[in-house]
Design a protein around this ligand. Structure first.
Ligand SMILES: [Zn+2]
Length: 321
């Protein structure tokens, strides 16, 4: 069971491991160096060559002994697991290690989880089952207890920033902002590469900087607009948190501000909030984020949050206390 936040390479590592289990070049090299002629797949190397036929077909997703199960419309259903069990009940096509990758296994519904449980209790020979999930708490304890757990940490900021600049065409300033907001998730950082993302973030920051001086109907219109943008909700909350964090940090050390391209707005805002306000605001944003993740009414939670920020600003003070 590979555990970690989205976008840290769990599925890529699973595919790589499947290649390592089936790479014929490395297996041949290893047999030569061992002086052994054994065909026992347990002796196969953990480093795939990436060039032999099995490696290439696994990378292309067309190897008959590698099965990838992933959610459709946010759920893995029992039909998928039954189909997997049927495939694994047969002998491997090529006689090496068979690998089944269940991506986002926490999205199995209860019947699917129970169907998989039987397979985990009596796994077929020469078969590796890899489940990926955000955290073990999202799966049935009976499944969790039958797996070996491997934790994937978030990608460090320097590593993420270097990769974005060197391989994905990010500029240094853009990489700095995106890295700070991506929370160690590579896929999340890449999603911010879209040309519109940086301008959309600039728009949101401007809206946040105007919160207190806007009339009530503008706040409610903003809430409606943000609530409709479901796919961007996690970004919206991260940008909100980074904005208020920056206002707090600015008075101590402007060089640690995340949104370096909005320093003037941050400086102005720092004159309008007290530290206590900012801590309360950060807690309110986190609380709304948790409510929305728990699938409560998005519009209601967003209205509540923005009205609170609006009130806080209007009760605000002049100068840092
Ligand atoms: Zn290979």
């Amino acid at each position: 069971m590979f555990l970690g936040i989205d976008g840290v390479g769990k599925r890529s590592a699973a595919v790589r491991l499947a290649m390592a289990c089936n790479c014929i070049r490395h297996a041949a090299r290893q047999r030569q160096s061992d002086g052994s002629s054994s065909d026992n797949p347990e002796e196969f190397s953990d480093y795939p060559c990436g060039q032999c036929s099995p490696c290439l077909r696994i990378a292309a997703g067309i190897h008959p002994d590698i099965t990838l199960i992933q959610p459709e419309a946010g759920v893995i259903k029992i039909g998928e697991i039954r189909n997997l069990c049927r495939i694994l009940s047969m002998k491997p096509f090529e006689g090496l290690k068979r690998v089944a990758i269940l991506s986002d296994a926490h999205l199995m519904n209860p019947p699917a989880s129970n169907a998989l449980l039987k397979m985990l209790e009596e796994p077929p020979e020469q078969t590796l089952l890899i489940l990926t999930a955000r955290q073990s708490a999202d799966l049935l304890p009976t499944i969790v207890s039958r797996c070996l757990h491997i934790r994937f940490n978030p990608v460090s900021r320097p590593a993420l920033s270097d990769a974005l600049i060197q391989h994905h065409g990010f500029g240094a300033e853009e990489a700095s902002v995106v890295t700070a907001l991506a929370g160690g998730s590579f896929s999340r950082a890449l999603s911010m590469k879209k040309a519109t993302w940086m301008s959309w973030r600039g728009w949101l920051i401007t809206e946040l900087s105007r919160l207190g001086s806007s009339p009530l109907h503008t706040i409610l219109a903003l809430s409606e607009k943000l609530s409709k943008n479901r796919d961007a909700l996690s970004d919206i909350f991260e940008i909100m948190l980074s904005w208020f964090r920056d206002i707090l940090i600015f008075t101590c050390d402007p060089t640690h501000v995340i949104n370096q391209d909005h320093l003037e707005q941050i400086k102005e805002a720092s004159l309008r909030y007290s530290r206590r306000d900012l801590v309360q605001i950060a807690n309110a944003v986190k609380s709304a984020q948790a409510q929305i993740e728990a699938r409560t009414n998005i519009r209601l939670s967003m209205d509540h949050l923005l009205l609170r920020l609006w009130q806080q600003r209007n009760m605000g003070k002049t100068g840092i206390s």
